[in-house]
Design a protein around this ligand. Structure first.
Ligand code: C5P
Length: 305
């Protein structure tokens, strides 16, 4: 049986500007994404019938309890395989096996990452001949973050997140992720954001200039000071205990700390790998999170291994 394997990174948002809710229910975003080397792996194996199936295995050491991941048609990787098959009239099935390291419902786009990985893995397995831009178009129908996870690196995100364009970024950054014991629904966080802005709608979102300057210079201290997330208040409202994680980040002299995307993962920027190990130890010792993992970025997007 032929097999293809794809590695795909998690994403973080170095800034996440969120505008007023659109008529389609989505919010206009002005974000800078970075892909980090906390990676899921997907193996796609050819099958003799036209069934698209998925198995999920967790890569962690069991420190955190993993939320269930759908293993039927609701799984985003299954949706991705079916969307690609429909678009190119492929007459085949596939068996997908996912090894998950990205936290489930953690604000790091784990589900979207698996969708991007499934697109790349099935495209190679089936030899669809899809162009990069055709894959990106399918990716955008699957979720707002999926096109970025094909792209990887550090990039600007516009539209509802699906419009990705390159940004000048130097150097490599060391992050520690404080992972919560249970996930948070992205839709719920956006709904709380709407409630918080019920009286005064938020302005059109913009990417802060200080952040772009820090990235262009590869200056981690300036980047730490420029991190921002318009969804943070809504996540903290839903999970007040995340405030303690942010305090511990300060106690450990993190260069910056921020809720990742819609949360509940909190990302801490470290000076180097030694500092990131110290921060991870501090987070675990204070018991403010279920797990603390180190990862660095930028990383390439979904790619065959
Ligand atoms: O695009 P995706 O399926 O990942 O989005 C999940 C949910 O997050 C959406 O159903 C929507 O409630 C919210 N969302 C949003 N605005 C965005 C992206 C996501 O309101 N730009």
């Amino acid at each position: 049986m032929r097999t293809t394997t794809v590695r795909v990174p998690a994403k973080i948002n170095l800034c996440l500007g969120v505008g007023p809710r659109r008529d389609d229910g989505y919010h206009p975003l002005a974000t800078v994404y970075q892909a980090v080397d906390l990676c899921d792996e997907i193996r796609a194996t050819e099958v003799s019938d036209d069934a698209v199936t998925v198995r999920v295995q967790f890569a962690g050491d069991g420190r955190r309890e993993e939320a269930p991941v759908p293993t039927g048609p609701d799984n985003l990787a299954v949706k991705a395989a079916c969307a690609l098959r429909d678009a190119f009239a492929v007459d085949a099935g596939v068996s997908l096996a996912i090894r998950k390291a990205i936290p489930v419902m953690g604000g790091m786009a784990g589900g979207s990452a698996d969708a991007a990985a499934a697109l790349v893995a099935c495209d190679a397995l089936w030899g669809t001949g899809a162009t990069r831009s055709e894959l990106e178009d399918i990716a955008a129908t699957l979720g707002s973050d999926v096109p970025f996870l094909l792209h990887g690196g550090t990039a600007l995100g516009g539209g509802r997140g699906e419009e990705v364009s390159p940004v000048l970024a130097r150097g490599r950054f060391h992050w520690v992720f404080a992972i919560a014991d249970r996930g948070l629904s992205t839709a719920e966080v956006y709904a709380r954001y709407d409630e918080l802005h019920a009286d005064v709608p938020p302005p059109a979102p913009e990417v802060p200039q200080e952040l772009l300057t820090a990235l262009a210079a590869g200056d981690a201290t300036a980047l730490g000071a420029a991190l921002s997330n318009d969804l943070q208040k809504a996540s903290l409202d839903l999970r007040p205990e995340l405030g303690r994680v942010l305090e511990v980040a300060q106690e450990g002299d993190a260069l910056g700390a921020l809720v990742s995307g819609s949360g509940p993962t909190v990302m801490l920027l470290a000076e180097d790998t030694v500092h990131s190990e110290e921060l991870a130890r501090l987070l675990l010792a204070t018991g403010v999170c279920a797990d603390a993992v180190h990862a660095s970025g930028p990383e390439p997007g979904a790619r065959l291994v």
